[in-house]
Design a protein around this ligand. Structure first.
Ligand code: PBG
Length: 328
């Protein structure tokens, strides 16, 4: 930039006075950006706090409606459901059961709150004995046989009334397989939010406690992305778009703001940021000690995701954030 008035002090501070600051604000955080994750379990009268995620709970179906009511009242327009099934098996068959926990929760919630956007996480890891996100054969995750199962899961969620499905498994070709099945079965209007750039991250620890989904053996590095890579995220997103994804997600969010930025620059698609469990728990733990100001830190974190280019944010802080934004 060539200076028009060389020698003059430039004064960016002029725009930082109280009266002006709001007017020149480049980004903002709004309750309409938020998606709240909910864990549903079998049984009755269960509201069990997840130890590593204080403030988040396992909900049985008789109590979850009240929680959803609170979420809706706060102005949050979307939830994402995670199921914690009672029984697991080798294939993860409870993931696509008509009377599975997510399917039941979904139809119940949609019946009561038709205006709420209900998203379902499509994966097998909570449902398989081995805890991997796909079919396990002699220690290897089989890509193409997993696609059939994921399609069945997505179809069963659509039948239960899901507005959007979000495949989080990271198998190749899963968006195409799911889109094809949904279209064939008459669910053209059900959208897909692809976990496009899902990294093999250490920030999922608390979630795996919450969802009982840690792999029994090995890790997820043969299907989730290497944290060292960013160009690969563009390739993954490109493939998901070609296969029919409606929204691209980056997960985790905070250590991957560059990825959010790159996907937003590269593609004309909505980008979602998943503010994951580990990011949540770190803040909760420090705030409990009085080491950080929770409200300030959380709002700043989420704002940074928006600034990087995220259009929507999945966050366990959604309810608190909605309250804080209301207070102003
Ligand atoms: C399942 C799934 C995971 C998360 C969302 N869906 C865990 C994983 O891949 O191990 C993580 C969410 C979080 O940490 O908040 N595949």
């Amino acid at each position: 930039m060539n200076s028009l008035f060389p020698g003059l002090i430039k004064r960016p501070r002029r725009l930082r006075v109280d009266k002006l600051r709001q007017l020149v604000k480049e980004t903002g955080l709004d309750v309409s950006d938020l998606i709240y994750p909910l864990f549903v379990v079998n049984g009755e009268n269960i509201k069990k706090e997840i130890p590593s995620m204080p403030g988040n709970y396992h909900w049985s179906l008789d109590l979850v409606l009240k929680e959803v009511q609170r979420v809706v009242k706060l102005g949050i327009g979307a939830i994402i459901l995670f199921g914690v099934p009672k029984n697991k098996d080798e294939e993860g068959s409870r993931a696509w059961a008509k009377d599975g926990i997510v399917q039941k929760a979904c139809s119940l919630i949609k019946e009561e709150f038709p205006q709420l956007l209900v998203i379902t996480d499509v994966c097998l890891c909570q449902y398989t004995e081995h805890g991997h996100c796909g079919v396990l054969d002699e220690g290897k995750i089989k890509n193409d046989s997993t696609l059939k199962l994921l399609s069945k899961v997505a179809f069963s969620h659509a039948q239960a009334g899901a507005d959007m499905v979000a495949p989080s498994d990271m198998m190749d070709g899963r968006v195409r397989a799911i889109r094809k099945t949904l279209d064939q079965k008459g669910f053209k209007e059900v959208s897909i939010m692809a976990y496009s750039a899902k990294y093999a991250s250490n920030f999922y620890g608390p979630f795996r406690d919450a969802a009982h989904s840690a792999p029994q053996k090995g890790d997820r590095r043969s299907y989730q992305m290497d944290p060292a890579n960013s160009r690969e995220a563009i390739k993954e997103a490109q493939l998901d778009i070609e296969e029919g994804a409606d929204i691209l997600m980056v997960k985790p969010a905070l250590s991957y703001l560059d990825i959010i930025y790159r996907l937003k620059e590269e593609f004309n698609y909505p980008v979602a940021a998943y503010n994951v469990s580990g990011e949540y728990s770190l803040v909760k733990a420090a705030a409990k000690q009085g080491w950080v100001d929770e409200k300030g830190v959380v709002l700043e974190m989420l704002l940074s995701m928006k600034r990087a280019g995220a259009d929507l944010i999945l966050t366990y802080f959604a309810k608190e954030v909605a309250k804080w934004l209301k207070e102003g």
